[in-house]
Design a binder for this molecule. Structure first.
Ligand SMILES: [Zn+2]
Length: 355
């Protein structure tokens, strides 16, 4: 079959012209082959068999990102759907192009990549052709490139190995279509639910959900022969959360002239920083005089015949704080003949909730 013959076929010319004019404009068009050094489109033929093309045509990857869809009539001997995607940036270098082409049969079930320029636009005149001014995103290219690189690696491995864990990650709330056609998100389901794979496009629910021992979630797909897991970020303690909440409270203050929340930006805490009534929370860096301020509180409490209870999170810290503030620490051994510190009943005590 000569290229010239294909080039003069009206269907071929129509698709190419439309691609050139609508989709690719003046950029020119470079077709991908396994030897190409540059390519501006990717294309696949999908063998439909007895199935309808709807599962492919309605998939967002195709509906929103395919530049050209060519669907042969159902009565064709071998019904096929051809998809042509424009890439956001021209692909450079044969290895990148090969990786992307390897990924196409993973992403489209029953598909073969178009690697022969003479077959890319082959379509009977009765075919339904749609051309749209749309293209793949950089994220799609990254995903395809990862899948393609994995295909290359797994081809070298012996067969019978367990499914590989893909470097393509899912979102925690990845939308999934269950085998019953119900839309769910990955965080809502437990182990073993039959779903349509969130990565590849096909007619059947070939994947099932999985929850690992550590709580990480993912899906295993029989078509892709991969496990896709959620991007995992270990829970982190937010050290600034408390301050953020306090600042929110200060903003919501209904009496700004006599605020109950104050932010002091001096080197040392002033003595009046801790009030006599209500709850005072003090958060400040080391060496700004928190212990000094507490000493004032203890003195004022004693003068007013009030009790002081000191609690803390570390026994060593409690013991040294009690020493510095002149309080009795419950961790200290009580000596029989020793006069209690607060013999006159001021009742300054220290109780530590050590942990
Ligand atoms: Zn899959």
């Amino acid at each position: 079959m000569s290229k010239r013959k294909q080039a003069t076929s009206p269907t071929h010319a129509t698709i190419l012209d439309q691609l050139q004019e609508i989709v690719l404009r003046s950029d020119g068009i470079a077709l991908p082959t396994y030897q190409s050094k540059t390519a501006s489109v990717l294309a696949v033929h999908i063998e439909l068999g007895n199935n309808s093309a709807d599962a492919y045509l309605e998939h967002p990857l195709v509906a929103d990102h395919a530049a050209v869809t060519v669907l042969t009539p159902p009565e064709a001997l071998r019904p096929t759907l051809t998809l042509i995607f424009k890439v956001p940036m021209p692909l450079e270098g044969p290895s990148e192009i090969r990786d992307l082409m390897r990924a196409l049969p993973v992403v489209f079930q029953n598909a073969v990549p178009c690697s022969d320029t003479s077959t890319i636009y082959r379509a009977p005149e009765s075919a339904t052709i749609e051309v749209r001014d749309t293209e793949l995103t950089a994220d799609h290219i990254e995903m395809l490139s990862k899948l393609g690189a994995e295909e290359k690696r797994s081809a070298k491995q012996e067969t019978g190995k367990p499914y590989l864990r893909s470097s393509v990650r899912l979102r925690f709330q990845e939308p999934l279509l269950s085998a019953f056609g119900v839309e769910i998100t990955l965080d809502q389901v437990g182990n073993g639910h039959r779903v349509h794979c969130p990565i590849h496009v096909g007619q059947h629910p070939t994947a099932k959900t999985i929850v690992f021992e550590d709580g990480q979630r993912g899906v295993i797909c029989d078509h892709c022969r991969r496990t896709y897991v959620v991007t995992w970020t270990p829970p982190r303690y937010d050290f600034n959360r408390f301050e953020a909440i306090v600042r929110e409270l200060a903003k919501a203050e209904d009496n700004p002239s006599d605020p109950s929340v104050r932010f002091i930006s001096e080197r040392y805490l002033p003595a009046i920083a801790i009030g006599d009534s209500g709850v005072s929370c003090v958060s400040s860096p080391k060496g700004t005089g928190k212990t000094e301020a507490l000493r004032e509180v203890v003195v004022r409490a004693r003068q007013a015949s009030k009790n002081v209870l000191l609690i803390g999170h570390r026994s060593a810290l409690l013991q040294s704080m009690s020493d510095r503030l002149g309080l009795v620490c419950y961790l200290d051994p009580i000596e029989e003949d020793e006069e209690p510190v607060d013999s006159e009943g001021e009742g300054a005590e220290s109780v530590g909730a050590a942990g």
